[in-house]
Ligand binder design. Structure first.
Ligand code: DC
Length: 221
């Protein structure tokens, strides 16, 4: 349990800007930051490396229970899995897809629950994901559901990948994002949905600074 440690949760679909916004808020407040997607993504990498099939849920849970995962600090923190840096491997679209499939299983989610809750330490936590306000930290005092139109999210991701020199088709990307959203929203365990008491922020026509300001205003409300 988090006791009286303050928590802000930011849930929402892929590409809504949760990572950028959450990191900025955590920096500003001097709070810890949990990128729960990175934990799920790291599990996907661990599963691939272990040669476990994506439909072997017992095998996946076993990998989850054994994986030794640690995060560095900074704007793009390095991710270390079983002694190897996997930072670049977890950011690919393919990894996002595999992750979304694995993450639909309840036993897998249960295996990662404690790892996520351990991030809640004084003086506070900003937690970014799909079920932060509904399942992992339902007791959070500040809850945001951050979204943006599917077109806008695809455009943003397209731009990010282009800047990294990765060539993808915008239409293909939009399709993949919609498919991942659907799977994350329609799964029976911990689906992506707005938590009770969450504030809806649609960032489609907002600057990052405005989104950050709107989230920070919750602390003063
Ligand atoms: O936020 P992200 O794109 O890094 O997340 C990758 C996938 O991980 C996402 O499609 C669904 C899954 N995920 C999840 O099920 N629950 C979370 N709290 C975070 C991510």
């Amino acid at each position: 349990m988090s006791g009286n440690i303050p928590i802000m949760t930011l849930d929402g679909p892929a590409g809504a800007g949760k990572g950028t916004v959450s990191r900025a808020i955590a920096n500003k407040l001097g709070w810890h930051y949990l990128d729960s997607g990175a934990i799920y993504r790291s599990l996907a990498v661990a599963v691939l490396d272990a040669g476990v099939a994506l439909d072997d849920m017992d095998g996946i849970v076993n990998v989850a229970n054994k994986m030794d995962l640690s995060f560095g600090s900074g704007d793009t923190p390095s991710v270390m899995l079983n002694g190897k840096i996997i930072t670049d491997r977890i950011t690919t679209e393919t990894c996002g897809h595999i992750t979304s499939q694995i993450a639909a299983n309840g036993q897998v989610r249960q295996a990662l629950l404690q790892k996520q809750r351990e991030f809640c330490r004084s003086p506070g936590l900003v937690a970014d994901g799909r079920d932060m306000g509904t399942v992992v930290f339902p007791e959070a005092q500040y809850k945001v559901f951050l979204t943006a139109s599917a077109e806008e999210r695809a455009q943003r991701r397209f731009k990010q990948l282009k800047e990294k020199g990765i060539d993808v088709s915008l239409i293909g990307l939009a399709k993949e994002i919609e498919e991942r959203d659907r799977r994350d929203m329609e799964r029976s365990v911990a689906p992506l949905k707005m938590a009770d008491g969450a504030v809806l922020v649609d960032s489609s026509d907002m600057s990052i600074d405005d989104v950050i300001a709107q989230c920070l205003a919750l602390l003063e409300a």
